[in-house]
Design a protein around this ligand. Sequence first.
Ligand code: PLP
Ligand code: COI
Length: 354
Amino acid sequence: MLDIKIERTTNPKEKPTGKLGFGKVFTDHMFIMNYTNGKGWHDPRIVPYQDLTLSPAAMVFHYGQEMFEGLKAYKGIHGETLLFRPDMNGKRTNDTNDRLCIPQIPVEDFVQAVKAVVKVDEDWIPTEPGTSLYIRPFIIATEPFLGVDVSDTFLFMIILSPSGAYYESGLEPVGIWIEDDYVRAVRGGMGFAKTGGNYAASLAAQVKAHDDGYSQVLWLDGVERKYIEEVGAMNIFFKIDGKIVTPMLNGSILPGITRNSVLQLCRDWGMEVEERRISVDELLQAQKDGKLEECFGTGTAAVISPVGKLRYKDDVMVIGGGKIGPVSQKIYDTVTGIQLGKLEDKFGWRVVVE
Ligand code: PLP
Ligand code: COI
């Protein structure tokens, strides 16, 4: 249990009005906790949102020893503040930390910190349809040292951003570019971890995809460039010939919390679900045979995002006439219904911030 000190701002900011974008506006407060070798995590505190002062030699700037998470807070239909499976973000934090040689944080401390800072800024949670308070926990290596080594000191912080849809198109299907040249991650690398380096590795392909009018990149495996992995900020699902199919967790893709939830829901509905290798050739063939029925991405920021178009080299696969399919719509309605407290929470995924 953390003993969190709270310093409230004396200068609260104006809340945003009008259409919210993603991740551009920040609330009045943030959470900070230090780590020092020999002392462990210490001085947990909530302070006014502020810039940081760090040595230019801080190791995070040079070798990227850092991690981040993403989750959301919602206003439920009875006005309560709700989180969705925050313990899963705490567990994934520690899986990432192990890979990046960052000290672990007990899951209950992680969840306590998230709840505490969200509580302080809960009047920043937007309530327009499709909006939420995006929560960004992250850890950076702060020791000033230019040798390649594990830092002796770290900062764990949580910032909050009232946000709208991740894609400007909202629930309109997005176009996705299947990248056949660059790769994001290989098994044994850091693909399963939520660390900035994976996203830095994605930028060159994303620029290429954007220039061609596509929203994001769909990565292929790093060895044969043949098997589907995941999208820039989402896991990917297909409905092929009546079955729900998604790439299995193989070490190089992020084990998404939304992915895990969608799999549980589909199995609970009695749908046939497969987690396995999916080749791009299989998709092209299924498309030719009229069996590629739906495609959607899953992620915290993107929620459930229908994919209307997939480009691979000279082929463009238009899926479901470029419209959201019935299964994608049902999954979107169910996931958001549970998150917002509108539907029964059969799996115990909602957490109330008191
Ligand atoms: N894959 C990548 C690369 C991501 O950045 C995200 C977003 O967090 C996801 C998948 C989806 O994960 P989750 O559902 O836990 O948000
Ligand atoms: C999230 O969905 O929380 C993510 O981290 C995606 C992010 C890269 C915007």
